[in-house]
Design a protein around this ligand. Structure first.
Ligand code: 13P
Ligand code: SF4
Length: 390
């Protein structure tokens, strides 16, 4: 899996590459030498956090816990004082996910939670487009992100101006936009989708418009995987998730050879040939649910590294093979910058009007579509289709 992903392919920008010399992955930021200034591992901190350590004992050696516990305690105290919540995506490191995350889940789950939480402050344990989505849905709340540099190769592959041109070129065809986009792209879209509802959304908007074609932006691979599950003709954009694009069908075959009987779960941002080699494909929540419901003896999650760590905590009897593709953007969120961001209320994410209300229409329209959860699963056996990529 040491392949280089270039950000240009056949003259087209497919997204942002990893900012490390070998282009493979970045190291998680939580490399603490000791608690930040002003925080100490006191008896009070110890008493308040001892019960949490078992959740991360596989990731944090016991001798390092005194460096983590004061931060965890300080964040949890600040959350109560400020009526704040941490919405943690499944790709957050296990310390954030297990110790300070109030709501944990996939992009759809986090978006829905943003509409429901009674908190005054949302701290987004995730990347910038997720924080924007929270602000779009909850304009009266203060939305903070621990690192403004937590981007996404998909979000950086397309702009609102691109979408306006696409709509001019393809009038009468609905534009379905993945939530992994900036607010200006969402504002230009007819409806949003996530990896857990993409097929249902495409079919719902086409039924509403009385058409049999949809444009899906910006993830080429998600669009190709959706096209395999529906009779709707899909036109795709050429963006890529720099994490999932790195997996190949040969990788999966090699992993199966090395691990006989292993169950392979893939995310639909993987290339269709990878999905075809998997046993099950769905969103991060769908993968997590699959492991919980089926308790496979040995499993591989073809997705971001922290996901296996987090699912493993809830499924101690399952053996996880861990092919590792870290998302450098997700890894810019650390316990330390999360603490500083909540303490100082810095890095507030704002979305100007009327962009916010236009984007809100597209995101809320997505949330309002109900569908059976099986509709969110991708059948690896369905034939791969050759679709138009613009
Ligand atoms: P989901 O959690 O919605 O499956 O998305 C995965 C992802 O790559 C988010 O950046
Ligand atoms: Fe974007 Fe991929 Fe990282 Fe998700 S995992 S934030 S889609 S680059």
């Amino acid at each position: 899996m040491g392949k280089e992903l270039l950000n240009w392919e056949q003259g087209r920008w497919i997204g942002q590459t990893l900012e490390v010399p070998n282009g493979v992955c970045a190291v998680p930021g939580n490399d603490l030498d000791g608690p930040p200034e002003g925080l100490a591992y006191t008896e009070e901190v110890k008493a308040a956090t001892d019960h949490l350590y078992p959740l991360v004992e596989d990731f944090i050696p016991e001798f390092e816990w005194p460096a983590y516990a004061p931060l965890v305690h300080a964040i949890n105290v600040l959350k109560t004082q400020k009526n704040a919540v941490v919405l943690a995506h499944n790709y957050m490191t296990p310390d954030i996910f297990n110790l300070v995350g109030d709501y944990k889940g996939d992009s759809l789950g986090l978006a829905i939670e943003a509409t429901k939480t009674p908190a005054d402050i949302i701290v987004q344990g995730g990347v910038h487009f997720m924080a924007e989505t929270s602000k779009i849905l909850s304009p009266d709340k203060k939305v903070l992100i621990p690192s403004m540099r937590a981007g996404c190769s998909l979000a950086s592959s397309i702009t609102g101006a691109d979408v306006r041109l696409i709509k001019q070129r393809y009038p009468g065809i609905p534009v379905v936009t993945y939530v992994n986009t900036s607010a200006d792209v969402k504002a230009e879209s007819d409806i949003c989708c996530t990896s857990s509802n993409a097929v249902a959304i495409v079919e719902s908007i086409c039924a509403e418009w009385g058409v049999s074609k949809a444009i899906m932006l910006p993830d080429e691979f998600l669009a190709k995987n959706v096209a395999r599950q529906t009779d709707i003709e899909i036109i795709a954009w050429h963006g890529r998730c720099e994490v999932h694009a790195r997996f190949s069908a040969q990788d999966v075959r090699d992993m199966r050879d090395a691990n006989p009987g292993v169950v392979v779960l893939a995310h639909p941002e993987c290339p269709p040939e990878v999905v075809a080699e998997s046993d099950f494909t769905g969103s991060t929540k769908a993968m997590s649910d699959y492991v919980g419901e089926h308790s496979p003896g040995k499993v591989i999650l073809l997705t971001e590294c922290s996901m296996s760590d987090n699912v493993a905590v809830a499924n101690p009897t399952v053996d996880f093979v861990r092919p590792c593709n870290l998302c450098p953007h997700m890894k810019r969120i650390t316990l330390e910058n999360l603490y500083e961001c909540l303490r100082d209320e810095t890095n507030e994410v704002l979305v100007p009007e009327p962009m916010r209300s236009q984007a809100h229409t597209a995101v809320q329209k997505m949330i309002d579509v109900s569908f059976p959860k099986e509709k969110g699963y991708f059948d690896p056996k369905s034939p791969i289709k050759d679709i138009q990529v613009i």
